[in-house]
Write a protein that binds this ligand. Structure first.
Ligand SMILES: C[S@@+](CC[C@H](N)C(=O)[O-])C[C@H]1O[C@@H](n2cnc3c(N)ncnc32)[C@H](O)[C@@H]1O
Length: 506
């Protein structure tokens, strides 16, 4: 009978380890040659979804997959965490690939069955190994795969070339590996040695040789060093537990986010960026208040890219999903988490990617950094690092022009990524045109409805006129409406619907 859920290997195998960087690369090549890559896997499992999290669809996947060919056997072992008869492994998995998997300890033998020692998931061009999800329930040092927050962080990171980069709380090493193409040397830290073993394995599988791993808590392994780029996905969840290192930082309330946000500015070289995922106790009257306080006197400018606001039940549900098939434990956990939030007086939790940029100045000028909060759309994120860098550049450009007098003299145009469209709805026997919308097809997925005056103004902004001329052309008359038009143009410029079209544009 087919298993209903993943079955962990007996004992607890350590993370696989290749004999040499060359052996790891060769193993990755052989896996890809066997079809172990996203498009083939999605086709075989009949899913268009990303292969990110533990799947409740296992029974359906197994029936679709069968176990009578090489890729099916590999996927059972390494993606789905399901044991396979030894005879099937020997019969289907090519000798060279089998040998490489064996010598890197990817296979665990248990009598007549074989288990995959780790989970292996393709993400675009990368192969990322982690612990199988089924093992999570019992081990605090469980190393998860790449999850939605990791992908969001990867998409929002401003990756500028530089000598030294830091991945704080590296886990399986995905961020460090992505940084490695943009820095000469990457330092990856984690308190969990098991995570660092995966970081090394994943670096090797992906042909990355400039990642150095260092064990220790948060900033401990960093001795006053400065970096040109810092990325951090710390255990930011506000939780009453200490069950998992990857989730529970073991500090009260939003203490982990505060510690990391207060510590990172000292790690940054002048002009360097940092991108860090955070959670905080959010006050609906001033949502950005706590992160802003943490940044006072930091010497950094910052965009708080606010991804979501959850109530306590949403947060407790999201972070205890692994218990859904154990209803009593699940209900107990929800009660524990909700009691904790009540005790701390937390009614809302904010989640964001905080992007910091160390000021070039020092002293008082540096201390006067600004913090802007920007609510990100709910849509799935996509690569947006360049857009995030542009937010800072545009902000710099507009600084010192609060009244917009200089902006009025600038030529603006609609950004290349912006698309304007108008939907129609069929209702009561006829078509009704809806208000036009503008959306960005690349970068941050902003979208907005266009009212008639805004649509007229946009039509005028083709890069040939100054904003002042465009406002006149769009028949925005009177001081108030002109001020509104100016304010509108400024906001559209800030988030990227518009861009400066003259020579000294950023
Ligand atoms: C959410 S995971 C991040 C994984 C990975 N960087 C990513 O983006 O997918 C958080 C990581 O923080 C590590 N961690 C937990 N407590 C820590 C501490 N005190 N110091 C350093 N790392 C810690 C965990 O071991 C875990 O690997």
């Amino acid at each position: 009978m087919e298993p209903l859920r993943s079955i962990p290997p007996p004992g607890r195998p350590g993370p696989p380890e290749a004999e040499s960087p060359r052996a790891a690369l060769e193993l990755a090549r052989l896996l890809r040659d066997a079809g172990y890559a996203s498009p083939r896997i999605q086709e075989r499992l009949g899913t268009g979804d990303e292969l990110l999290a533990r799947s409740p669809e296992l029974p359906s996947y197994l029936r679709r997959l069968g176990d009578a060919d090489e890729l099916a056997v590999l996927l059972r072992l390494l993606l789905l965490g399901v044991p396979v008869d030894r005879a099937r492994v020997d019969g289907h998995v090519g000798g060279e690939l089998r040998g490489r998997l064996e010598s890197a300890n990817f296979l665990v033998h248990d009598g007549e069955v074989v288990h995959g020692a780790a989970r292996l998931v393709p993400h675009d061009e990368l192969l990322i190994a982690s612990d199988h999800a089924a093992a999570a329930e019992t081990h605090a040092d469980h190393v998860p795969g790449v999850h939605r927050p990791s992908v969001a962080l990867a998409h929002l990171t401003v990756r500028r070339g530089g000598e030294r980069a830091l991945d704080l709380c590296a886990g399986n090493g995905i961020q460090a590996i992505l940084l490695a193409a943009h820095a000469e040397h990457v330092v990856a830290t984690d308190v969990n040695e098991r995570a660092l073993a995966y970081t090394r394995l994943n670096a090797a599988l992906n042909g990355v040789d400039n990642v150095e791993t260092r064990a220790g808590s948060f900033f401990e392994p960093l001795d006053g060093e400065r970096f040109d780029l810092v990325v951090a996905n710390p255990p930011y969840v506000v939780s009453p537990e200490t069950a998992y290192l990857f989730r529970d930082g073991g500090m009260r309330g939003d203490g982990v986010s505060e510690l990391v946000v207060r510590g990172i500015p000292q790690m940054l070289a002048p002009g360097a960026f940092a991108c860090v995922l955070i959670a905080w106790a959010l006050d609906p009257d001033d949502p950005a208040e706590r992160p802003r306080t943490w940044l006072e006197g930091s010497g950094c400018d910052a965009f708080l890219l606010h991804t979501s606001t959850d109530d306590p039940i949403e947060t407790a549900t999201l972070w205890n999903r692994e218990l859904v098939d154990r209803p009593e434990a699940y209900a107990d956990a929800l009660d524990r988490w909700l009691a904790y939030y009540r005790e701390l007086g937390i009614e809302r939790l904010g989640y964001a990617c905080l992007v910091l940029r160390r000021r070039l100045e020092s002293g008082e000028a540096a201390a006067a950094g600004w913090v802007e909060a920007l609510q990100l759309p709910r849509q799935a994120l996509r690569p947006a690092g360049r857009h995030v860098a542009r937010l800072f550049e545009t902000h710099d450009h507009l600084a010192g022009d609060a009244a917009g007098q200089a902006l009025l003299r600038r030529r603006l145009r609609v950004a290349d990524e912006a698309v304007v469209s108008r939907d129609s709805r069929f209702h009561a026997g006829r078509w009704h045109a809806q208000a036009p919308t503008i959306r960005l097809e690349a970068g941050l997925p902003f979208t907005a409805e266009l009212d008639p005056p805004t649509a007229r103004l946009l039509a005028e902004l083709d890069g040939s006129r100054t904003l002042e001329e465009a406002l006149a052309g769009a028949v925005v008359e009177g001081d108030d409406t002109r001020a509104e038009g100016l304010d509108l143009a400024r906001r559209m410029l800030e988030i990227g619907f518009l861009e400066l079209a003259d020579e000294d544009a950023p």
